[in-house]
Design a protein around this ligand. Structure first.
Ligand code: GLU
Length: 449
């Protein structure tokens, strides 16, 4: 099989056989295995103890019914998931995604990615992910609350500070974490702050957690720029999406002197020649829960909405895909290259298709994979866990400094590992190999479990 040596190809075939129809999971596994050839060649102990085969099989997969009553009195049934993938480094850690596209294959791809991402942060957290095919779009506050309560009524028995610590992802923000935590507290009769992260500041949350994924992606990109003696100053940037990750990426880019000229949602994108007004975007998306088309209307001159085509047609120096998986394909990559884009960093999980990544890297574009570039969110979740464990709360400045330090650390570790394996500047190989080795070594130490 192209790109995989025999042993790894055998493992990949087994993953295909055992996980039929889970295309995103296959893609995520293949992406990691493609980097591991030189590692197993150098360290035969990983192959001998079946570490990679064990890594590809989740430790536990939970699927449950979520029945709830909508505003018209109709009973709705959704499916809930929690995949507890790997706990070699710490309790399972990873978000919950509420989106109609969610099925086992999506949760497993996200959980698998999370193992290596969490390892890269250097924090003591394992990998997991969960969610539901529930679609929050157009649902009232009351419906979202009843859904979250029904979801937690099953999930509570599987999670806990030392077991599994969920957080948010697409469709799960502060509001949902509040309803989930409320129901957990009610069922268990315990105020266990460390059971969920992404909490509000008055009930156990951490400063900077809301901003962390977007800020972290921008810090990582800033490190890439610095490595070649550049900065964000005067750079034109496109950021896809307009959710939590995109909004705070835009905010930080503006603080660092760059100009974000486009962002998007599933109905199209807006181009704003004067730079996206992030306060207006927050108002539209977070308060009104409206679409970016409304942003363009309210912003007026200089801004327009485009309902067809792709945001990647907008010329830029740096592109940050911050929406969802497989949103940037090989054609988009070619477009970015022909428009002179030099850096692509993934704020979302696996937003670039494998063909897009090949196209970008072959053309010499610096490419930062999500498991490194967007690790700031989960890293700050680990900081939230630390604060909960010590019943402390840190200042914004202190927490942000910790986040920046962690992102610098991940960046440097990727480059050092890539160098060690003779692949200078290859962030994909660096992230996969460095993330893998730490988990694999812990698994070896813990025996066959
Ligand atoms: N969903 C986020 C991610 O993809 C954050 C997970 C967390 O904070 O546990 O990393």
């Amino acid at each position: 099989m192209a790109g995989l040596d025999d042993k790894l190809a055998e493992i990949y075939d087994e993953v295909l056989r055992r996980n039929t129809g889970e295309a995103e999971f296959h893609q995520a596994v293949r992406e990691v295995l493609t980097s591991l050839g030189p590692v197993v060649a150098k360290h035969p102990q990983y192959a001998d103890s079946a570490v990679i085969r064990r890594l590809c099989e989740p430790e536990r997969q939970i699927i449950f019914r979520v029945p709830w009553v909508d505003d018209t009195g109709t009973v709705q049934i959704n499916r809930g998931f929690r995949v507890e993938f790997n706990s070699a480094l710490g309790p399972y850690k990873g978000g919950l995604r509420f989106h109609p596209s969610v099925y086992l294959g999506i949760v497993k791809f996200l959980g698998f990615e999370q193992i290596f991402k969490n390892s890269l942060t250097g924090m003591p957290i394992g990998g997991g992910k969960g969610g539901s095919d529930f679609d929050p779009k157009g649902r009232s506050d009351g419906e979202v609350m009843r859904f979250c309560q029904a979801f937690m009524t099953e999930l509570y028995r599987h999670i806990g500070e030392y077991t599994d610590v969920p957080a948010g992802d697409i469709g799960v923000g502060g509001r949902e974490i509040g309803y989930l935590f409320g129901q957990y507290k009610r069922i268990t009769n315990r105020y266990e702050s460390g059971t969920l992260t992404g909490k509000g500041l008055t009930w156990g949350g951490s400063q900077v957690r809301t901003e962390a994924t977007g800020y972290g992606t921008v810090y990582f990109t800033d490190e890439i720029l610095r490595a070649s003696g550049e900065s964000f100053d005067g750079k034109r940037v496109t950021v896809s999406g307009s959710g939590n990750v995109a909004i705070y990426a835009i905010e930080k880019i503006h603080q660092l002197g760059g100009a974000v000229i486009a962002c998007s949602d599933s109905d199209g994108y807006v181009v704003d020649d004067n730079g996206i007004d992030v306060e207006l975007l927050k108002d539209v998306k977070q308060h009104r829960r409206a679409r970016v088309a409304e942003y363009a209307e309210l912003r007026g001159q200089g801004a327009h909405h485009v309902g067809t085509g792709s945001i990647w047609e907008v010329p830029c120096d740096i592109a940050l895909p911050c929406a969802t998986q497989n949103e940037l394909d090989a054609d988009d990559a070619a477009k970015l290259i022909s428009n002179g884009c030099g850096i692509v960093a993934e704020g979302a999980n696996m937003p670039c298709t494998p063909a897009a990544v090949r196209t970008l890297t072959d053309a010499g574009v610096a490419f930062a994979p999500g498991k490194a570039a967007n690790a700031g969110g989960v890293a700050t979740s680990a900081l939230e866990m630390q604060q909960n464990a010590s019943r402390d709360s840190w200042t914004f400045e202190h927490t942000e400094e910790r986040l920046a330090e962690i992102m610098r650390g991940i960046h440097d570790r990727c480059l050092e590992t890539a160098d060690e394996y003779g692949l200078p500047g290859n962030y994909v190989a660096g992230a996969n190999i460095a993330g893998f080795i730490q988990v694999a070594d812990a698994m070896l130490a813990l025996g066959v479990i």
